[in-house]
Design a protein. Structure first.
Lengths: 895, 306
């Protein structure tokens, strides 16, 4: 047997030539090293082999024989490495799942740099090249650039800095424990058998051969009671075994007969009259849901096309007739275009994962989830257990973006396997599962007509969206165009087009980016035809007070004022500047509760909420600390446990607005309680009276529930009120069914993008991004900036790179690896200017609303408008890949 | 995704750095016997008196990318090595492994889809989604050859020695693209030992670039390694080897011929670049690669003419 040295300690290596280094490292208990892509693309598993960065997911374990390995746990083991301190100080992380890999690589780069260049500062380009083998889905690149540059220049050689993110230290040292890292004694590994065909009835499912394999502890069926599979990757059964390899052997041994049925793949094929039908009438309730919250009114459904759904239309007939008339009259101001957006995968770096364990009559489930409290309720309901017999735990969550909002198959499989095996079971999806069957933002075709009036106002708008929802329903894209740019009439129609593809899911501002992609380009086009400044036209058409202020900010940017007309550019590289607007609903969750306690002289804040990288811990800690003149790190924040007071789900940008107000109420109660129970008052003239009183206080606890907002000033109203009575109905349904309230005031974003187009190689680079945001007061300013930056880079991915690719006949997802599903890297991050306008939400206790979704809505149309400005051609289909750019340029030259 | 897997390929495979092999092993595409050669082969770079290099098959891509003498003598080889994969992969991936790696076709890479390269009878990409397929349709398989180094070595007239054959050109090693089931002509159990480069020419310059959608770390849509000798303002030699467009790396001889003796300026380059698609047979989804190829010819040759 050979061995290696890992962080200075000997570690025997397995003889198995197929053993990979990452498994040896993680099985040895060093779980800071993360497995993400499994193909050497993302760098999350990076370790140092004799000081050289390598990807442990591809490296044979034997390659480390006789060598020295350093993992994240070994970096800075004798005191934090300067890179770790810099990452903490610059908030160069969000969910933290990619952070160990980045830190290991950056530390090696730093050490090499310092050895040869002293304390010189590396350029952005040098840092980007060095870290080009790493991907971050949250988009923490801006902070990473700053952190690496400053660490190299020696700024972090000294003491440990104060991190704006409460859990930053655990994330930069690899100590933060995610669901995939949980390991109980006797824990088994669960794997799911999935369909290879897009549409079939499964008969003769025989699990016995799998059960007969040594090391297999449980096999459970997962087919729905109609025994159908409706997409490649649909679950059939699950196995729990002593290790993954045995579990894989066992699922291969399961036998069944698929009776193949005709399948139909994708938006265009599924709309044909003769297309095979995915859901017969009796099976329609089995379809998934691509929206947050419950569905609205009943909608007609014929074949694979569900719709029209048009609750937010306004004088639709009039809109139609005005548009027909304009068409007949060849009105030059009439803008008509068909846009297409592609399917965007969430691509969270931590896969969907659950570890289930029964302890007596207690069910304990670690889940990588965006909703611990709701998951607990749903699990309890599903298995007929009282709430106090189910505990859901999520200490750290490696990204979600909407895909981890409900109780998923990984959780159900883990629970059922654990029950059958009478042992703890972990189910963690592999990357291909993650990039195919865990949901996505549906692709869509968007037909838009926009008509300005002779007086230059917005007269009529028509938007019809057909969404490529796979085995799911409930897309809302076109309807969202009602809540911005009031017009005399609007026809807004949504259709779901179902096909034999995996079901879509909510994704960061569901429906928002596609709607904005079409509408914001149409408004831009109208401005061009009307020969008015696109920002001034938006000022005229969009009365929202928050956005009015953002338009003034955008109009004042130098980059906007110094735009050059496209016609003046003739060289290979062309530059352009574009603007776009986005909004999202201000949502909060009723019943959200926070407990504040004093335990052993320290403040403890508790809530059954989770932190998916957005900074929930810090938002709570900052709010409490400010009220007591403390530092955030003086507050212990307990979250991630469903047994704590009920908290909101991390979706709909609702966490901050749900938790800051009850925290403020609890603060008042706690102050009163401290005063009441104090045995003595602080010395007169004390610099820190609260700190002294807290330290001296007996153990006490108070709690508070989310209160209603105050009365908003005139003109400030919920976004839904733009949609008249139907908007109010929608709001009531949301409150009743999903406990979500649409509050007054509209979170808004105006973005300006400067791009450079390489007309020879079809390459688009975003050089500079300016994002203006009105989301109220910032509860955690550094983290809000991280969210804003991450939203922009995710929007850049949507606009330029990301596209799920499928086989058009078999329905296989071909882009199931991170080399084929392309998320942005650090070198794709533009220089960023973030502007926060903190007014507009004074009626909300604390004045803060969510940022996560609104910040990504306008990015793709702003880039589209910038490309139009650069090359004089409007591209109507994203992503704007090189193949599409060269085709568009050819079309222009041919014209 | 965990799926029942295809019929095992019984051919034993060599593993050098493992960066291609391990991924196919994890997905179940590779199931045969494995022979690890990572510690038994030649990883040195040796130099002849004439200034010609011989590179051991196990030399890492990072070594080739940063070796000072390679950088000076064969800048196109070094630049190609710098341009491929990620820093961590380059640190362990080897030159021999880069040449012998398997196709990146997304049908080939899925264990639950049969294809020509897995011994099947049809190419699912041809009738399916071949966005990243070839633009020179030379054979039944329409996946471009994945080796960036092969294109660079083609531009340099490198020869390969295996444990059974010597003096193999890149064409000899990789074939002409007409054999569907393999990515190279190596027999079962035949191993690449080293790669010999001819001595550099007097005054030659070289460059490499790939067209991709992001900035880094992406398989090339199209890539180009170019060598030129310019004297008296005119092209004395032009060597262009393109990857990403055909089942094997391609010499762009029509462009080379057209530029020979021409003034090394933007106008003559732009004119000759149009010949880059000479002989091309694009697929329904791959015509864009010809535009990119033309753009790359202009980009790389203009930089070399400065």
């Amino acid at each position: 047997m050979t061995s290696t040295t890992i962080n200075g300690r000997p570690l025997p290596l397995p003889d198995d030539p197929d053993a990979l280094l990452i498994d040896v490292i993680r099985d040895g208990g060093l779980t800071g090293t993360k497995l993400v892509c499994g193909s050497g693309v993302c760098g999350a598993c990076t370790v140092l082999l004799d000081g050289t960065p390598v990807v442990s997911c591809l490296l044979p374990a034997q390659a480390a024989a006789g060598k020295s390995l350093t993992t994240i746990e070994g970096v800075g083991a004798a005191g934090l490495h300067p890179v770790q301190k810099a990452f903490m100080a610059h908030d160069a992380l969000q969910c933290g799942f990619c952070t160990p890999g980045f830190v290991v690589e950056a530390a090696a780069f730093h050490d090499g740099w310092r050895a040869t260049k002293g304390a010189a500062t590396p350029s952005r380009e040098e840092i980007a090249a060095a870290l080009s083998g790493h991907l971050c889905r949250c988009g923490a690149y801006e902070g990473i650039f700053r952190a690496v540059a400053e660490a190299c220049s020696g700024r972090f050689d000294g003491n440990e800095p104060i991190a704006p993110r409460l859990e930053a230290r655990d994330k930069v040292t690899g100590l933060a424990r995610y669901t995939v890292d949980v390991h109980h004694d006797g824990q088994l590994e669960g794997v799911i058998l999935r369909a290879h065909v897009a549409h079939a009835r499964i008969t003769g499912l025989d699990l016995a051969p799998a059960r007969a394999i040594a090391g297999v502890a449980a096999v459970v069926p997962l087919l729905d009671d109609d025994n159908m599979v409706r997409f490649v990757g649909a679950p059939i059964a699950a196995v729990a075994a002593k290790d993954r390899r045995t579990a894989l052997q066992a699922i291969a041994a399961i036998s069944f007969k698929p009776e193949p049925l005709p399948a139909v793949i994708g938006l265009d094929a599924a709309r044909r009259d003769d297309a095979p039908v995915v859901f017969e009438k009796k099976d329609r309730k089995r379809a998934g849901n691509v929206s947050e919250g419950a569905g609205g009114a009943p909608v007609s459904w014929k074949g694979n096309v569900r719709g029209p759904s048009a609750p937010f239309s306004q004088k639709a007939k009039r809109a139609k007739s005005w548009l027909d008339e304009a068409r007949q009259q060849r009105n030059p101001l009439l803008v008509e275009e068909t846009f297409r957006v592609s399917t965007q995968q969430h691509a969270s770096l931590e896969p969907h994962a659950a570890v289930a364990r029964f302890d007596g009559d207690q069910l304990i489930v670690h889940i990588s989830t965006q909703a611990i409290h709701e998951s607990m309720e749903k699990i309890a309901k599903r298995y007929g257990l009282p709430h106090d017999k189910v505990r859901v735990i999520a200490d750290h969550v490696g990204g979600g973006f909407g895909s981890k909002g409900s109780v998923g198959l990984e959780t159900i499989a883990a629970i059922e396997l654990a029950r059958a095996a009478k042992a703890p079971v972990r189910v963690a999806f592999d990357r291909e599962e993650e990039l195919s069957v865990t949901g996505y933002r549906p692709a869509a075709e968007l037909k838009l007509s926009l008509l300005p009036s002779a007086e230059g106002r917005l007269k009529a708008l028509s938007l019809t969206a057909h969404a490529d929802t796979g085995a799911a329903v409930n897309s809302l894209i076109a309807g969202l165009a009602r809540l911005i740019y009031p017009a005399e009439a609007k026809e807004l129609v949504d259709f779901d087009v179902l096909s034999n593809l995996p079901p879509g899911a909510p994704f960061r501002g569901p429906g928002g980016p596609p709607m904005s992609f079409a509408l914001e380009q149409a408004v831009d086009e109208a401005a061009l035809r009307m020969k008015v400044d696109p920002i001034q036209l938006r000022k005229l058409w969009d009365p929202d007070p928050n956005r009015q202020r953002l338009y003034d900010w955008a109009a004042g940017l130098d980059v906007w004022k110094s735009r050059k007309p496209a016609a003046s550019q003739t060289g290979r590289y062309r530059r352009g500047v574009g603007v776009a607007t986005g909004y999202w609903l201000y949502l909060w969750q009723t019943g959200s509760s926070v407990e504040l306690a004093i335990k052993g002289g320290r403040i403890v804040a508790s809530c059954a909420v989770q932190d998916i990288g957005t900074g929930t811990r810090s938002v709570i800690a900052n709010t409490v600390a400010k009220a007591f003149d403390l530092e955030p790190h003086d507050v212990d924040v307990r979250i991630g446990r469903s047994s704590l007071p009920r908290g909101p789900g991390s979706g709909g940008s609702r966490v901050t607005a749900s938790l800051v107000p009850p925290t403020l109420l609890a603060i008042d109660k706690l102050k009163a309680e401290i005063r009441r129970t104090a045995s003595r008052t602080p010395a007169p003239g004390s610099n820190a009276p609260w700190r002294e009183m807290i330290a001296a206080s007996p153990d006490i606890a108070v709690s508070a529930k989310r209160q209603e907002d105050g009365k908003p000033p005139p003109g400030v109203r919920p976004a839904l009120h733009e949609a008249g009575i139907m908007g109010r109905v929608f709001g009531w349904v949301l409150r009743l069914m999903s406990h979500m309230v649409v509050g007054a005031g509209v979170p808004s974003s105006v973005q300006v993008m400067e791009v450079e187009v390489d007309t020879w190689l079809g390459h688009v680079r975003v050089l500079n991004a300016y994002t203006g945001l009105a989301v109220g007061k910032l509860a955690a300013p550094a983290l809000a900036r991280s969210q804003a930056a991450g939203a922009v880079i995710q929007g850049i991915g949507y606009a330029l790179y990301e596209s799920r690719e499928t086989d058009p006949s078999s329905g296989h997802i071909l882009s199931g690896s991170m080399e084929d599903y392309r998320i942005p890297g650090i070198a794709d991050m533009p220089k960023l200017d973030v502007h926060f306008d903190e007014a507009g939400f004074e009626h909300v206790p604390g004045g803060s609303v969510g940022i996560g979704e609104v910040a990504t809505v306008p990015t793709s149309p702003a880039i589209a408008n910038a490309i139009r400005d650069a090359i004089g051609v409007r591209l109507t289909e994203i992503p704007f890949r090189p193949d599409r750019l060269v085709a568009a340029l050819k079309g222009r030259d041919a014209a | 995704m965990s799926v029942a897997v295809i019929t095992a390929n019984p051919t034993p495979e060599f593993r050098a750095g493992g960066t291609d092999f391990s991924e196919r092993r994890r997905s179940g595409v590779s199931q045969g016997m494995l022979i690890d050669i990572s510690t038994s082969g030649d990883k040195t770079i040796s130099w002849g008196a004439d200034g010609a290099a011989r590179i051991g098959a196990l030399a890492t891509i990072a070594t080739i990318a940063t070796d000072a003498r390679i950088l000076a003598a064969y800048p196109g080889i070094a630049a190609s090595a710098q341009g491929l994969a990620t820093p961590q992969v380059r640190n362990v991936a080897t030159l021999g492994g880069n040449l012998a790696q398997r196709s990146r076709c997304w049908y080939f890479r899925r264990a639950d889809i049969d294809c020509l390269k897995k011994g099947g009878s049809t190419c699912p990409a041809r009738s399916g989604n071949h966005l990243y397929g070839v633009a020179f349709d030379l054979g039944p398989c329409i996946a471009p050859h994945p080796s960036t180094m092969a294109a660079a070595l083609l531009a340099y007239d490198a020869t390969i020695t295996t444990d059974r054959r010597s003096g193999l050109t890149i064409s000899g090693l990789l074939g002409d693209g007409s054999v569907a089931h393999a990515d190279h002509t190596l027999a079962a159990g035949e191993m690449i030992k080293n790669i010999a480069l001819p001595a550099p020419l007097e005054g030659e310059r070289a460059s490499y670039k790939r067209a991709i959608s992001r900035t880094y770390a992406e398989w090339p849509l199209v890539e180009l390694c170019a060598r030129v000798v310019i004297a008296g303002g005119k092209f004395q030699l032009v060597r262009l080897a393109a990857g990403g467009v055909a089942p094997v790396p391609l010499r762009l001889t029509a462009v080379e011929v057209q530029l020979s003796g021409k003034l090394a300026n933007a106008a003559s380059i732009a004119e000759a670049a149009k010949a880059a698609s000479s002989g091309a047979k694009p697929l329904p989804m791959t015509a864009y690669k010809l535009d990119l190829l033309q753009g790359l010819v202009r980009d790389v040759l203009e930089r070399l003419s400065d």
